[in-house]
Each structure stands twice: as C-alpha cells, then as structure tokens.
Design a protein around this ligand. Sequence first.
Ligand code: TYD
Ligand code: MG
Length: 467
Amino acid sequence: MSKRPQTRFVCQACGAAWPKWSGRCEACGEWNTLVEEAADSRAASARPATTGSAGRGAGRIGFVGLDGAAEPPPRYGTGIAELDRVLGGGLVPASVVLVGGDPGIGKSTLMLQAAAAMASAGRRVLYISGEEAVDQLRLRARRLGLTAPTLELAAAINVVDIAQTLEAMSDIALVVIDSIQTMWLETIESAPGSVSQVRSSGFELIRLAKSRGFGMILVGHVTKEGAIAGPRVLEHMVDAVLYFEGDRGHQFRILRAAKNRYGATDEIGVFEMTDRGLAEVPNPSALFLAERRGNIAGSAVFAGLEGTRPVLLEVQALLSPNAGSSPRRAVVGWDGGRLAMLLAVLEARCGLKLAGMDVYLNVAGGLRIGEPAADLAVAAALASAAANQPTSAGSVYFGEVGLSGEVRQVAQAEARLKEAQKLGFEHVFLPRRIARGRNRLVAPDGVRLEEIGHLSDLTASFTPEEG
Ligand code: TYD
Ligand code: MG
C-alpha cells in the first residue's frame, strides 16, 4: 500500500467529499464550501452510528416477532415544562438531542436553566462548555438567578478527555455539550467546527451516551439561512432535533421539534426572553394578542394551530392607493403566493376592488403562519381594510379558501374553538360544518358560530364607507 498522504475536499455545507477542489459543491450547489482535509479522517467519520460496542462483528444477531411487550421509555423531567413537551414528555435516558439555533438566540441560556433545574431535582448533570470559561458560566447562572450547587460545570473541547472523564463517572443523568462546533478530536486534521470534526466528535459523544446510558444534549449553531453547516451531519445520528427560533426584534422564542424518535414532531414550546432568562409561556395566545389595540379596521384574529397547540394570532392588513405602475405586495409572517391567490379570489369572486392598491400584510408578534387555515382570517383583514370597517368585536376566524371562493374545512376545529373560548372570544367565523349527528361540532358555552360557505358571505358583511 502506498503511504502517499491523501487529502480530500469536504463540503462544509452538506458533507460531501470530493477528490479535487472546485469552487462549487456538485452535491448541494453551494459555492466556496470545499475545504481540504486528510483522507484518513474518513475512517472515523464513516463508521455507522451503532449503539453499544461498535467495532468488529462477533457473532449473530437475533430476530424477534412484531408482537410482544414494548414498554414506553422512562423519562426524566427537565424541570422546564415547555422543553419536556417538545421532547415528548421529558428526556429519555440514553437519548441524544441536538438543539440548533442562530447564535445569540438563547440556546446556552435555556440549556443552563434546564441543567440547573434537573440538578436541583437531585440528578447528576454535567454541563461542558467549549465556548465559555467556568467563571463566565457561573456569572451567567448568577444573572439568571439559578442556584444549583450540585450542577457540575467544566470548560473543555477535547473529546478524548471528555470521554475518558465521563467513562469514569457514574449515575450521570444528563450531559450538555455546548457547543458541538467547539468539540475537537486530535485524530482529525481539520479545525473544530468543520464537517469532519463535528461528525467525528458527535459520533464519539453519541456512542458514549448510548453505551453509558445517559442523556445528552448537543448544542449546535445554525447559519442564518437555516442550514446548520456542520451539525446537520448529526441529524440522522441523534434521537431528536430541536430548533430554537425567534426574531431578534421580538421577546418570544419558540422551540420546535424537527425530528423526534420518542415523540411527535409538531409540538412547540414557547418562551419569553426576560433579563432573568427564559420564562415559560403556558398560554401563548395571550402573549401574541397582548399588544392588540382593540378593534381597528384591517385587523382580524386567526385561530391557528402550532403542532397540536392552538394559538390565536392577529393578522393585520393595510391597503393604500398606489400612485405608480405596479402595486406593492409586502408580506411578513405569511406566504406571498397565498396572499396573491386570496387577492385574486377576493376580486374575481367577491367583487372587491384591490388591483390599484398597495397591500401590506403582517402577522403581529413576529410568528410565521404556515397553515392555509389562515386564509379566512387574512381575507377578513383585507375586506375589513378595504371597507375601512373593523371586524366585529370579539371575533376569530379560521378556514381555508379555495379558488372559487368556497371556504373549506380545516383540521382540529374543536381545539381552535376551545382556545377562542378560553381567551374570551365570543364569535367564531368558520367553514360550514359538514359532519352530522354526534360528530357535529358544537359551540362551546358563550361562543356563537358563524358558518361561512363562500367568501362573499364574509365580504358582504363589510359595507364600504363611501357606499
Ligand atoms: P445565549 O444563551 O448565550 O445564546 P446562544 O447560546 O444561542 O448563542 O444568549 C445570548 C444573549 O442573550 C446572552 O448575552 C444572554 C441574553 N439573554 C437574556 O438576557 N435573556 C434571555 O432570556 C436569553 C435567552 C438571552
Ligand atoms: Mg451559546
């Protein structure tokens, strides 16, 4: 075998490896992402993510039938209910969770709070930071008002040292690694944060967690575009991937599961940033509607759903006559294509004159709505703005709008109604209830339902000022 030192070029965006350098990665199309690395790092990084004693095969595997007892996994509460909810009811022992998010979004704060809460509950929790010195961590904890004398802090980046130390410790419940981009294996000839380092360090740490049976949280920084260069290569190796997101200009943060082997992926946890750290928001609707200024024209409340969780949000529309040639359509928090469709439906099927108008649409609070169920609320906001007449007091809207203007059913109507009732809304505009008999949706106490079969039924209730 030749001893010629071999190198390869690894894309830092997608992890693809190439024998030659080029300006653009053929696999993902990103520019200037190929970085030269020693080829033998492949041996460490290409190993499959098996649990337990990886290595030479020694024996046979056994098969069992599909039937048989399967216990639900035990869980540790993290002391933070919103985090437990997203994890599917708490942290599963020997599971590994990747928590991704933009730098500065609050990942370290959340993890330190969770680690301190778990340690205070009497579990052994280790917090290993590669980004901050122990003194900085202590200062941060003090600022957050955390008192957990048993929480064990360390500043380290060498994965071999970490592994050796953890091997010798017993009864560990949770290890937090902040962040995976700072971890470093000396056998890999590239800098911390590179795809090879992240993959190999991640693999070693995950293997350790699985073989020693403790939970592990890996913190990973995500780039602005949402691609986690680096940590992305760990997504398939870990049990759960959570994203911590939020708008820097707003005080709330949302934790979302993108993958979860032990729970649903559509749950969200809502937090509010305070100077004492992240506060849980058990009732997000109240937070999102807190700044709503009564009933003004162009505002409508949408009864939405985030995962299985109903959330009420305010949709705001503003119309202004356009002086120039092509009217503006500006959307924040919703889909621009869907707005264009709704405008066309409002014009063609409901006779609204919007063509010469600039249209601005905003979801207040900075949340992004992905559901088509918001159509009816957006249409109400637009019709209300066009007529310069507020939507009727205490009303909420949900329903999908089709191209002929028909209003269609959406999922989980009951949960939406309950949330509306809880927040004191009395009047719900919704699609026609098609289910009969026992399945028929009934109005909660104190809530009046207004079925909208066609969008024109809704727009007709707004009478333009100038007649
Ligand atoms: P940090 O947790 O360090 O973010 P990340 O680990 O994701 O990079 O938080 C960034 C800064 O914001 C930090 O200086 C602390 C501050 N912060 C608060 O003051 N209150 C909060 O609730 C949060 C989440 C952060
Ligand atoms: Mg951090």
